[in-house]
Design a protein around this ligand. Structure first.
Ligand code: F6P
Length: 365
């Protein structure tokens, strides 16, 4: 055990997801009970570190938070310390304020910092470790499950359950009204939520970014069902799905966000096109942030708890610049440098896609 570690800091960065509180709880409990450390939580991601908004976290502070969605520390996908917006003479300019983070870490006597985040927050963690020498350890979260360095991120399983429940509910109304319903789910540039929820919910068509679709093929599948007397169809569209030779549907661009492109809108686009092409009544449902909220599933609670304890263990072994990861069945670690920037996309000839095709699901290709 590294005797020099007395106090650790923790923050949650990027978009929230179910299980963040479970990680915070496990960090606090492991740090205090196992290693007799104290813990400071920084509020609202890197914003709290830049603006020195911090509070002590004791075991009392984490009572009852295991099943709670969101994060008691708050989060944001803005406030990148290396590209931070500042007003100068009424004009917004972007500055590197990472030294403020170093100052605040020193003010609070933090010996190690645990960053719970997705690709954006972990990339900043990597920079803080490499450029500023900060003792950083990462914990991977995101409902998108698109980090290559871990078998699974926490939050995904809960989002999957929410999306599957939505498909189940849409089935009954689509069937009653003989309609086509398109469900748009999140996932950014990866199709995991759409693919797995589509499989679990029995979708007829699944559109994912990894497999560009044509409207003709989607319509062909719907017509084939009609020919068999199936008067309704369920289409699940990942927000990042795109037609062959076309682009993803972008809602807006957000300059100072970790993720400058806000995706969304494919559901309505595809629903309109299907109705135009088939004459069949077609509706769209956008699941949106419902996928990010609510109580984590048992799987996510357990994974998040193992990640939280694992992150403190990494700190105590001096393994800075690393991130905890799941290498089923074990919690292991990987250098942040390897963990960030490499997306885990759906393998288009993988077993899950093959199985989906075998049972008649169309990917519109
Ligand atoms: O990365 C998680 C995620 O929910 C994506 O699936 C989605 O594209 C994005 O975040 C939405 O972010 P925001 O909450 O900033 O709109």
């Amino acid at each position: 055990m590294n005797k020099k570690i007395r106090k650790i800091g923790v923050l949650t960065g990027g978009g929230d997801c179910p299980g963040l509180n479970a990680v915070i709880r496990a960090v606090v409990k492991t740090a205090i009970r196992e290693y007799r450390l104290s813990v400071t939580g920084f509020e609202n991601g890197f914003g709290g570190l830049i603006q020195n908004r911090a509070r002590d976290l004791t075991e009392k502070d984490v009572i009852g938070i295991l099943p709670r969605g969101g994060t008691i520390l708050g989060t944001t996908n803005r406030d990148n310390p290396f590209y931070y917006p500042i007003m100068i003479n009424g004009e917004r300019v972007f500055k590197d304020v990472s030294d403020r983070i170093v100052e605040n870490i020193n003010i609070h006597d933090i010996d190690a910092l645990i960053i719970i985040g997705g690709d954006g927050s972990l990339s900043i963690g990597k920079e803080l470790y490499e450029k500023k020498g900060l003792p950083v350890v990462g914990v991977p979260k995101t409902i998108d499950n698109d980090l290559s360095a871990t078998d699974q991120t926490f939050g995904f399983d809960t989002a999957l359950e929410t999306a599957t429940e939505a498909i189940d509910k849409l089935h009954t109304t689509a069937e009653s009204h003989h309609r086509i319903i398109v469900l748009e789910v999140m996932g950014r540039y990866a199709g995991w939520i759409a693919l797995e929820a589509g499989l679990a919910g029995g979708a007829d068509v699944i559109l994912i970014p990894e497999i560009p679709y044509t409207l003709e093929n989607v319509v062909r599948k719907i017509h084939a069902r009609q020919d068999k007397g199936k008067t309704f169809s369920i289409v699940v569209a990942a927000e990042g799905a795109k037609p062959v030779g076309g682009e993803m549907v972008v809602q807006r661009r957000v300059e100072d966000s970790f993720e400058p492109i806000r995706l969304g809108g494919i559901g309505n686009v595809v629903a309109y096109q299907i109705e135009e092409a088939t004459g069949l009544e077609t509706r769209a449902t956008v699941l949106g942030h419902l996928q990010r909220g609510g109580s984590p599933t048992p799987f996510d609670r357990i994974l998040a708890t193992r990640y939280g304890a694992g992150a403190v263990n990494l700190v105590m072994s001096g393994r800075f610049g690393e991130m905890v990861c799941l290498r089923t069945p074990n919690i292991e670690s990987v250098p942040l440098a390897k963990a960030v920037g490499e997306q885990r996309l759906v393998p288009i000839d993988g077993d899950m896609v093959r199985t989906a095709r075998q049972i008649g699901i169309s990917f519109g290709d």
